[in-house]
Design a protein around this ligand. Structure first.
Ligand code: DGY
Length: 323
């Protein structure tokens, strides 16, 4: 039987690539160089399946493919705002993602960021490495206690809930939630969380704000200058969702003029390019999109794509179909 042809846009964990090569006529990206929209368009025209990820911008141009061979885009990652939904629908291509398997690790990174910014760990590390540390003193790099504080979570899906579980059961934090739809009472009760109706209502009530909502146009600059002004002057903003959710120019202002306590980001608008002004802010922790970066999560994400492909090519509805 002829194996379906599959193109993978970036390097994936060895174990997953080996299984892909076993089951499919696969083209791997051994050099791991990002593909251009033109190359992705060409792949959609020629391969039975294309397996992209967050670094591939698959806009209307890449999806304008008369007689496309690809009938499925098996996205490696939970977020798929880099794929133009309306164009994918017009083309009639199925899109799947990889939820669940990265929720714990992404929440771990959000906790890491929250602790780092509150306890000034980034500033401390820079000081030690640069040979500027002059020794212990009672007033040195004094941060903010995390335990027992109030955490506001925007977006109470799987990752938001994992964040709440860690913060509430590990650090005794009080949890307040904003979510577009009503959260089931038992889900809130698991972390003794309360749901509020609007983001504007949430922001003034919390010591930490952690973003766990999708990216894309709908949530672009959800956190803007006006909303940063609603945060408490000593509150911290954590983002492991998508860079575009925050207006980075407004955040830079808030950090430079100390109108909030600090921020910690794993994702950036237009990453990997970083707004040079942001990098000047000492009360900011920055990580290079590490949310799901564990061996366990990255392998599980790849195997989840394989499960979706198996279902698709067997004529079944893939479990993680999003478009
Ligand atoms: C995702 O899955 O959407 C992440 O951003 C990469 O893990």
């Amino acid at each position: 039987m002829v194996k379906p042809s599959v193109l993978v846009t970036r390097r994936w964990p060895d174990a997953v690539e080996a299984q892909l090569a076993d089951q499919y006529d696969v083209t791997l990206n051994r050099g791991d160089v990002p593909m251009s929209p033109c190359e992705i368009r060409d792949a959609i025209k020629r391969y039975d399946a294309v397996l992209p990820t967050v670094t591939d911008k698959i806009g209307a141009d890449a999806l304008d493919v008369p007689k496309a061979q690809a009938k499925i885009l098996g996205n490696y990652g939970v977020g798929y705002s880099h794929i133009c939904e309306s164009s994918a629908r017009t083309l009639g291509v199925t899109v799947t993602n990889t939820p669940d398997v990265l929720s714990e690790c992404t929440a771990d990174i959000a906790m890491t960021l929250m602790l780092m910014v509150a306890r000034r760990a980034g500033e401390g590390e820079r000081e030690v490495r640069e040979g500027r540390w002059t020794g212990w003193r009672p007033t040195h790099l004094v941060g903010t206690k995390v335990s027992g504080k109030t955490l506001g979570i925007i977006g109470y899906g799987r990752i938001g809930q994992e964040m709440a579980r860690r913060a509430h059961h590990g650090f005794g934090m009080d949890i307040k939630v904003f979510n577009r739809s009503k959260v089931a009472p038992d889900v809130l009760a698991a972390c003794n969380a309360t749901q509020v109706d609007t983001i504007d209502e949430l922001l003034p009530q919390v010591d930490f704000v952690s973003l766990h909502c999708p990216g894309g146009d709908a949530n672009r600059h959800l956190i803007n200058g006006r909303r940063l002004d609603l945060m408490r002057p000593d509150a911290y903003l954590i983002n492991t969702a998508r860079g575009e959710v925050i207006d980075e120019a407004a955040l830079t202002q808030a950090l430079m003029f100390d109108t909030i306590g600090g921020a910690a980001l794993d994702v950036f608008d237009g990453e990997p390019a970083i707004n040079a002004d942001l990098a000047q802010c000492d009360n900011l922790v920055m990580l290079p999109h590490l949310g799901s970066a564990t061996k366990e999560a990255r392998e599980a994400m790849g195997f989840r794509v394989l499960d979706n492909l198996t279902d698709f090519f067997a004529g079944r509805e893939p479990r993680d179909r999003v478009i």
